[in-house]
Write a new protein. Structure first.
Length: 178
């Protein structure tokens, strides 16, 4: 079972992006589960989510304490101690940022860090500061956990062609930084 934790802010489309991943893996013949966690429900407040993908039924229903993949929609959340709590060694970390890897002050944990300017891509394609579909493209490329073509279809069904372009650009631009 693959366990993924999302860290973002209200209004960034964290929940919708996780729902699209679940739809994608289910259509691919796998099982998916997403559990959102909201603090204060308002734009800009921290939002967390817990996603599981497996080839058999997922019976566990709790938070993800030891993620193998970490999706960080806002690099200001890197300062929060719980962001990297329990991270598995060699985990994949995908960060929406314009900063150089050296400027992110990441913890000394053995991990693969991918960076992408998902916000910039969203502003370029959908003209809104909602990086979720760009983060989906980065997720698809960095993890190879989802079928890229099914994911693009699900994005198009949920949004429109501009959002598919957002995912496509992030898929092309995401880079392994560490």
């Amino acid at each position: 079972m693959k366990e993924i934790r999302f860290h973002g802010r209200g209004g960034q489309g964290v929940v919708k992006s996780a729902q699209i991943i679940v739809q994608t893996v289910v259509e691919s013949g796998l099982y998916g589960q997403f559990i959102p966690f909201f603090g204060v429900e308002r734009k800009g407040s921290p939002v967390f989510g817990f996603l599981r993908i497996d080839d058999s039924e997922i019976r566990v229903k709790c938070q993800v304490y030891n993620p193998e993949v970490l999706m960080i929609f806002d690099d200001t959340l890197l300062k929060m101690p719980q962001t990297f709590a329990g991270l598995e060694e060699n985990a994949i970390v995908i960060i929406n940022t314009t900063k150089n890897i050296e400027d992110l002050n990441l913890p000394d944990i053995k991990m693969k860090v991918y960076t992408v300017d998902a916000t910039g891509i969203a502003l370029e394609t959908i003209e809104k500061d909602i990086p979720n579909t760009a983060m989906l493209g980065a997720f698809a490329k960095a993890t190879e956990l989802v079928n890229w073509y099914i994911l693009k279809d699900k994005i198009k069904l949920a949004f429109n062609e501009d959002n598919v372009m957002s995912a496509q650009l992030a898929f092309e631009r995401v880079k392994l930084s560490k």
